[in-house]
Design a protein around this ligand. Structure first.
Ligand code: ARG
Length: 698
């Protein structure tokens, strides 16, 4: 019965490794022996001939990879989808294969130009012909899959390849008779592995190890209960034999030098037509528009990289490049994804980058009701710091209270959309889900500024992401200038100091800023207040005398003593009232009625009566004090600064100062174009800043 099976092969008379288009070919140019190749090919031919008929296509000069007939195209019944090779080196094979199949009476289907698909190298039928496993990631484009489903009237399951050594699906997956699947799981991304596990029951999955995969054990020809491959380890062979397969090994080392083995050297011509399944594919696409300094700012690059990283694919439908230095470019991009989950993820990223949906301009945002208080509908769209608009009843509404990591609730009656947190969701609230009808408004990122700061991608008029020591002075000048202007127009400057401000001798400078009206709110933790007060009361910070720079006798008790004193007074304000606390940052806050909020944490000593140990309340206080902020100074406090960053919409200038560049990068990364990082000692920074302000005050 298997003798009715027919295969196409191509004799290796002109075979050689002539170029490098996969990692196996590297270092192998002209290193294969034609003589051995011919011998090995005949070995395979002979084995296969025992159970099948073999047709041969004439090899062509200059097309050494033509021996790998698996890549000619995809056969099913009397239909043939011709390959479109990714690499120029192999494109010359296409007309020869096309002609051969047309002459044999196949109906030949051709994919649109520029849509790579490498035939049975990347598309494999389950042995019962019910479904087609199709790969993308290296040689074939995801967008070819819907064509296959339509033309071949079958279900296509898209798998993403991620290991360049296994660049074709047939190098790492082989459906076997009886519903078995021989495959190498690490060659696929997690989502593809899940798909395989959903479709193939555990007892039918035969996962091979790396050693077998590297010997091309998955590159197998399966004929009934027969398996032919290059070679495999004893364990795998025993396992296959235990399942009733007979295994034949035939050496193909000369072809492995080009990245192919048994299966690649053959193309099955007798693939039964599937039982007219309803064509199906989970591949989805969407078109969107991007505008801005797409090239200079790296925006396009980031958009495309994010798409591929997330498991999707793209096509640029139209691109127009701004000709002048200041003119912007725009691009129409088609994004494809193997399923809704991936598409939503990519769309979320695109919206964050400021993309606007193209043909979906008419879509309204999709809303789903909250059914359990404090819990969002599963597909909720999570918010960013960027100004966002949602489309409701045909109109775009600006989202209020924009913040990061929230959800958007639409109140149709009051005609508002606003950001909120899970914990505030009430049953019946209507939450925006998916990515339809949502857009973010990003300010065009300036090309000049961007190009001056290497690794950073977000910064501002004030200069560049993370600064070098030499730039600190210039930055401080700009920050001082900005602070003066804010004070003049009675704007809001919020400071988020860590205890290091006090340790490094910056306490007196920050106190000065408060006294002079440069601070409208102060957000910190227990420690900054404790150290400031210890400094004011006892002249030390964590027991260290800052004037002499060393620990004083019994100094380690000092901070506890400070806490105890304030506790005795009933709080910081009371300590000031009672004349106990007479200087320092918090003294000035009380005197100038500058509100502060201290958020507690597990490590806090004391804590001070003012420290809010209910963190939800603390978050609320922070959020309240941040409202309307024009400038936020984050001074060596990572935790509280990250919290503040999440609550702050884009457009608020952030200045992050820390001695550790990693912290500065982390913080300025969360900010928008307006954020600036300063890597320096915070005490020095504050010293410089106050000097600058005093100077220009005359
Ligand atoms: N050198 C060929 C290429 O890189 C090898 C093709 C192997 N064929 C296959 N079906 N995996 O295209």
């Amino acid at each position: 019965m298997s003798s009715t099976e027919r295969f196409l092969m191509c004799p290796p008379d002109l075979y050689t490794v002539d170029y490098v288009i996969n990692p196996w070919m590297e270092g192998n140019i002209h290193k294969s022996s034609r003589e051995t190749a011919i011998q090995q090919w005949h070995g395979l031919h002979k084995l296969l001939k025992e159970s099948a008929q073999i047709e041969c296509i004439t090899p062509q000069a200059g097309l050494p990879d033509m021996v790998f007939t698996a890549n000619a195209g995809l056969v099913v019944g009397r239909r043939f989808v011709l390959s479109r090779f990714l690499h120029r080196e192999r494109r010359g094979e296409e007309p020869f294969f096309k002609q051969w199949f047309a002459e044999q009476g196949f109906e030949v289907f051709e994919l649109p130009a520029d849509l790579p698909f490498e035939g049975a190298g990347d598309a494999l039928w389950d042995r019962d012909g019910k479904r087609l496993w199709a790969a993308y990631g290296f040689r074939s484009e995801l967008d070819s899959h819907p064509h296959l489903a339509r033309w071949l009237e079958c279900e296509v399951l898209s798998l993403r390849l991620i290991d360049p050594r296994f660049y074709h699906l047939d190098t790492c997956l082989c459906p076997l008779e009886g519903g078995y699947l021989l495959y190498y799981p690490p060659a696929f991304d997690a989502r593809s592995n899940r798909l395989i596990e959903q479709r193939i029951p555990a007892e039918k999955r035969i996962a091979v190890n790396e050693a077998d995969a590297a010997r091309f054990a998955c590159n197998a020809i399966n004929l009934g209960r027969r398996i032919i491959f290059n070679e495999a380890g004893g364990e795998l062979k025993t396992r296959l034999e235990g399942l009733g397969f007979s295994v034949s090994e035939t050496p193909l080392s000369e072809f492995i030098k080009a990245g192919g083995a048994a299966k690649c050297l053959t193309l099955r011509l007798t693939e039964p037509a599937p039982k007219r399944a309803k064509p199906s594919t989970t591949v989805l696409s969407r078109e969107l528009k991007l505008e801005g300094h797409l090239l200079d700012s790296g925006l396009l690059d980031r958009a495309l990289e994010a798409t591929v990283q997330s498991g999707g694919s793209f096509q640029i439908l139209h691109f127009s490049l701004g000709k002048q230095r200041q003119s912007t470019s725009n691009a129409d991009i088609k994004i494809s994804a193997p399923g809704q989950d991936v598409l939503d993820k990519i769309m979320g990223q695109m919206i964050e980058l400021g993309a606007v949906m193209a043909q979906r301009l008419e879509d309204n945002a999709e809303l789903k009701p909250v059914v359990q208080a404090g819990v969002a509908p599963d597909e909720f769209m999570s918010t960013t710091i960027y100004p966002t608009e949602v489309r409701v009843g045909g109109d775009w509404w600006r989202v209020q209270d924009q913040r990061m990591d929230g959800v958007i609730v639409v109140d149709a009656e009051r005609k508002i959309a606003r950001c909120t947190l899970f914990r505030y969701l009430k049953v019946g609230d209507r939450v925006v889900v998916g990515s339809k009808g949502v857009r973010t408004v990003r300010r065009t990122e300036s090309r000049d500024l961007r190009s001056s700061a290497p690794a950073e991608h977000e910064f501002s008029f004030m200069g560049a992401g993370v600064s070098s020591e030499r730039r600190v002075e210039i930055l401080v000048d700009q920050i001082a200038w900005e602070m003066q202007r804010i004070r003049e127009r009675e704007g809001r400057i919020v400071v988020v100091p860590g205890p290091v401000v006090v340790h490094t001798g910056g306490g007196e400078h920050l106190a000065w800023l408060v006294r002079e009206g440069y601070v409208q709110a102060l957000l910190g933790g227990n420690a900054v207040a404790v150290h400031d007060i210890e400094q004011a009361l006892l002249g030390t910070s964590l027991g260290v005398d800052l004037k002499i720079g060393s620990s004083v006798e019994g100094g380690h008790r000092h901070h506890l003593k400070a806490i105890n004193l304030v506790r005795g007074c009933g709080g910081i304000a009371k300590a000031v009232e009672q004349g106990v606390l007479t200087g320092g940052i918090f003294y000035e806050c009380v005197r100038r009625e500058v509100p502060f909020s201290l958020a507690g944490s597990i490590r806090d000593d004391g804590p001070l009566p003012d420290t809010q140990m209910d963190l939800i309340k603390a978050q609320e206080e922070y959020a309240r004090l941040l409202k309307g902020a024009d400038l936020i100074l984050m001074l060596s406090s990572m935790l509280h600064s990250i919290g503040v960053g999440n609550m702050t919409p884009a457009g608020v200038k952030l200045v992050c100062v820390d001695i550790n560049p990693a912290v500065v990068t982390k913080l300025s990364d969360r900010g928008s174009i307006e954020s600036v990082g300063v890597v320096t000692d915070v005490g020095l920074f504050l010293n410089l800043l106050t000097q600058r302000l005093k100077l220009s005050a005359g």
